[in-house]
Design a protein around this ligand. Sequence first.
Ligand SMILES: Cc1cc2nc3c(=O)[nH]c(=O)nc-3n(C[C@H](O)[C@H](O)[C@H](O)COP(=O)(O)OP(=O)(O)OC[C@H]3O[C@@H](n4cnc5c(N)ncnc54)[C@H](O)[C@@H]3O)c2cc1C
Length: 590
Amino acid sequence: MPEYNAPLRDMRFVLHDVFQAPSLWARLPALAQTVDADTADAILEEAAKVTGSLIAPLNRSGDEEGAQWIDGDVRTPTGFREAYATYTEGGWVGLAGNPQYGGMGMPKMLAVAFEEMLYAAGSSFALYSALSSGACLAIDAHASEELKTTYLPPMYEGRWAGSMCLTEAHAGTDLGIIRTRAEPQADGSYKVTGSKIFITGGEQDLTENIIHLVLAKLPDAPAGPKGISLLLVPKVMVNADGSLGARNAVSCGSIEHKMGIKASATCVMNFDGATGYLIGEVNKGLAAMFTMMNYERLSIGIQGIGCAEASYQSAVSYARERIQSRAATGPVNRDKVADPIIVHADVRRMLLTMKALNEGGRAFACYVGQQLDLAKYAEDASERQNAEALVALLTPVAKAFFTDTGLESCVHGQQVFGGHGYIREWGQEQLVRDVRIAQIYEGTNGIQALDLLGRKVVANGGAALRLFAGEVRDFAHAHESPFGDHLIEALERLEAVSGWLLEQAKTEPNAVGAASVEYLHLFGYVAYAYMWARMAAVAQGKQGEDEAFYGGKLATAEFFFARLLPRTLSLEASIRAGSQSLYGLAAEQF
Ligand SMILES: Cc1cc2nc3c(=O)[nH]c(=O)nc-3n(C[C@H](O)[C@H](O)[C@H](O)COP(=O)(O)OP(=O)(O)OC[C@H]3O[C@@H](n4cnc5c(N)ncnc54)[C@H](O)[C@@H]3O)c2cc1C
C-alpha cells in the first residue's frame, strides 16, 4: 500500500496565498497572540509527520483486524492504543479548543487542514478524536461552568473521549420521536434510560473515560423536536476532585459489522438509569447538539476530501508506473513494450477530475473554516453575523458535496488501477468502503440537501444566498481571474434556478424535496468555481515562480471550468423538470 504524504505545498498555498490567513489572524485580537504564519507552518509540518508516520501505517491492519466486542468491552486493533497515546500527547484533540480549559485555541482554517490529513491517514482512527473535539465544542458552548471545568481539560488532553448519542433503532433522521428518558433527581442530576444505536466510539479501550452527549426527553416534554434535552453522561463517574469513581450505568451491548471504517467501533449503547447532567436548557437540547453536529458535519465532509486525496496520491503514482498500450499519438516509451497509462486521455480525465475536486474542496474547507473563525472571533458584530449566515448556508454544502465528490474520486482512483483496484493489495478498495459512510452519517446527504434548499435558501427568501452571491460577484469584478466570466455565468445560473425554486415552493409542496440533491450539487460546483477562480487569480500573478506548481494550478483550473463546471447545465435541467415525474408511479408499481 503506497505511503500517504500530506499535500503541504497545496495547503500552504490555500492558507497563505489564497486566503492570506496570517493577515486575517493578525487583525483578530483573540488569534493575534496565538498563531502566525510560522506557527501555522510548524503545526502543518508536525501534523504531516504524525499522520504520515504514526497513523497511516495502522490503516490497513486496522481494517483487517477491526474493532472487537468482548463481553461488553471493545478492543481496538493492535497498535491503536499506543498510537492514540502518542497522538494525544501532542495535544491534537484540543487543537482548536478553548485555551481557558486547556485547548490550543488554533483557528479552524488551520484545523481543517489537519483534519484532512487525519482522515487521509485513517478514517477509523480519525473518528475517535473527531467525536471528542465535537463534544468539547458543545460542552464549551452550552454547559455550566462546573461541567466545563470538570470535563474539558481531560477531554482536550485526550485522557477522556467524547461520543454523540442521538440515533435509536426507530429514530435516525427523525430525532423528534426518540424514546430515551431523563428523570430529574433531587440533587439536580438526571437518571437517563434508553438504548442508542450506531454510536461511534461509544465504547473503546483508548481512553480512561468516555463522555456521552445524549439526547433524551424529560417526563413532561412536549412531543417532537421541541421536547428534546441534552445530557452529559460519563461512562465512569467523576469525583469532586476530578478523579475517577464508580462505573455509571452505561454499557455497550454490541458493535456493528459493517462495510468500511472497520476499526471504528459502532456501538449499541444501553443507559440503565445512568446519572447524567443537563447541558443548556431543558427542551433546547437539539439546538445545543447542533453545535456538535455542525462541527461533525464539516469534519465528516473533510473525511471525503481526505480519503479522496489518499486515493489520488496512489492513483497518480500507479498511473506513472503501470505500462499498458501505446499513446494515441505514437509511442512515448520506445525502449519499453508499452507506455505508462498516464498518457491515455481517459486515465487523465479520471486523475484530473480527482485533482480538481480535491483541490477545490480543500480550498472550500478553508473558506468555511475562515467563516467559522470570523463568526467566533471578529470584533465587528455585522462581520460576525454575516459569517454566521455563511456558515449556516455552506455547512450542508460542505458535508454533502465533499463526500459525494469524495466517493466519486475514490471510485476514479480505484478505476485507474483496473482489476488491481478491486483487490486488497493497493488499498483502493478500502478507501471506497471507508469513504462511503460519510454520505450517510451525520445526517444523510439527502437530508443535507433538504436543509440547504428548504431551511437555508427558501425559508429566508434567498437572503443568505444573496450574501454569498454578492461576495462572489465582488471578487469577479475586483480581480483579474482568467475564469471570471465562467464564474459569473455559473453564479447567474444558480441565482436563476434559486429564484425559480422560490416561486415553485409557494404552490408546490414537493418542489423542494424533488430538487434538493441536484440543487446542492449545482451549488457545490458554483462554490468550487469561486474557489478555482480565486486560486487561478493567485497562480496567474505568480508567473515565473515555481512553474511546476503554479502552472499546474492554472492547467487544473482550466480542466475544472472546461470539463466539470458544465455539469451545472444538466443539473439545472433536472431541477427545472420539477416533481411531476417522481410521482408517476404508485408505491406498489415500484
Ligand atoms: C457507521 C455509522 C456510524 C454512526 N455514528 C453515529 C453516532 O456516532 N451517533 C449517532 O447518533 N448516530 C450515528 N450514526 C447514525 C446515522 O447518523 C444515521 O444512520 C443517519 O442519520 C440516518 O438515519 P437512519 O439510518 O435511521 O436512516 P433513516 O432516517 O431511516 O433514513 C432512511 C432513508 O430515508 C431518507 N429520509 C428520511 N427522512 C427523509 C425526509 N424527511 N425526506 C427525504 N428523505 C428522507 C434518508 O435520507 C435515507 O436515505 C451512525 C451510523 C453509522 C452507519
